[in-house]
Design a protein around this ligand. Structure first.
Ligand code: PMP
Length: 365
């Protein structure tokens, strides 16, 4: 549907993309095995590493975030390996499922929906289970709007136990701080449609030296996502397979904008924006799913008042107020709605969103 005013897209990705970034998508194709692309992939990778705060390897895949999660698993693990999957929602469950499908022996450590993972429980799982080789964790659980304390979890997993730590940073890296090398994260996945302000279709994965050591003995099947191919080709400034060039052009621009603003400022902006959304919905008398201390600065999940049908509510917000919100997923369907606020969000968009929520609920009451 085309409207004169763009929809206020308040889902947790894809995020709105500014015209200057979108314009890059209309550039002419170039040879992905030529000099111009070599320069582009090297420069984009270098800037992604700055934002990831890593000096180790980072590869760009033509995939969505799930592809990067799968890449982390199949390049470090073997069927039968013991894995601890920390899950606080749908995306934690997905990470566990990928490992299981490839034959890992997965122990799940689950928190109640709306709560973050308890580092002490991670410690006791690792104490009870000396055979665990790798720990999977979601930094920011998009389905509940909860951010896990990956720094504390990483201390336990890396310093105390020396296990591999694979992190789903899909809806966190680029928006909230994740110190890949300082925290010793072995692989961190993210995707272009989140805080990176680019359209969907590129995924990123950092990969530590320890991950490469694990890779040497990893026997899970892989072809498209075989990082050894990516590493070999990166030496000549190419990806192994044809990349989504248009997205590289867009990402190149988006990274420039992020680094010109400065990551400290980008992170501070996300904190402020999230607080405005949380304050706004609470002023309407609504309750948040996540506790204050673990509430995400990229997604806010709000408990739907009794008797309100999620589909009707989202429909009214979209068709009468031009605001596209997200519903709850799986067990949270029809129980919560979610507001995405990663990437660029203007004050007008915040005001418009809060007003849309208010009026849509009033109409349904
Ligand atoms: N993990 C998290 C935390 C996410 O938010 C998402 C996307 N919503 C994914 C994984 C999956 O990413 P994609 O849809 O890009 O495959």
């Amino acid at each position: 549907m085309s409207t004169s005013k763009p929809t206020n897209l308040r889902i947790p990705g894809p995020t709105p993309v500014t015209p200057e970034i979108l314009k890059e998508m209309s550039r002419l194709m170039i040879n992905h095995r030529g000099e111009e692309f070599r320069h582009l992939i090297e420069s984009v990778t270098k800037r992604l590493k700055v934002i990831y705060e890593t000096n180790q390897d980072l590869h760009i895949l033509t995939a969505s975030g799930t592809g990067a999660m799968e890449t982390a698993i199949v390049n470090t693990l073997s069927p039968g390996d013991n894995v601890l999957a920390i899950t606080v929602g749908a995306f934690g469950d997905r990470f566990a499922k990928i490992a299981e499908i490839y034959g890992a022996d997965v122990t799940v450590l689950r928190s109640a929906l709306g709560e973050s993972a308890d580092p002490d429980k991670v410690m006791s799982e690792l104490n009870n289970n000396p055979n665990i080789k790798a720990v999977l964790v979601t930094h920011n659980e998009t389905s509940t709007g909860v951010t896990n304390d990956v720094e504390s979890i990483a201390k336990i997993v890396k310093q105390d136990f020396g296990k591999l730590l694979l992190v789903d940073g899909v809806s966190s890296v680029g928006s909230v701080p994740l110190k890949t090398d300082d925290w010793k994260c072995d692989a961190v996945a993210s995707a272009s449609q989140k805080g990176w302000m680019a359209p969907p279709g590129l995924a990123f994965l950092s990969f530590s030296l320890e991950s490469w050591k694990a890779n040497a003995s990893s026997t899970m099947p892989k072809f498209y996502f075989d990082l050894r191919e990516y590493k070999k080709y990166m030496e000549i400034g190419q990806p192994p397979w044809t990349p989504n060039l248009s997205l590289f052009f867009a990402l190149d621009k988006a990274l420039d904008l992020m680094l010109t603003e400065g990551m400290h400022n980008v992170h501070a902006r996300h904190v402020k924006t999230a607080q405005k959304f949380r304050d706004g919905v609470q002023e309407l008398g609504l309750e948040l799913l996540a506790k204050t201390e673990s509430a995400s600065n990229t997604i806010t999940s709000v408990i739907l008042p009794e008797g309100i049908d999620a589909k009707e509510f989202l429909y009214i917000a979209r068709t009468e107020h031009n605001v596209e919100l997200a519903g709850g997923q799986q067990a949270l369907a029809n129980k919560i709605f979610r507001i995405g606020h990663l990437g660029l969000v203007t004050d007008d968009e915040i005001t418009e969103t809060i007003s849309a929520i208010k009026h849509s609920l009033e109409k349904l009451k």
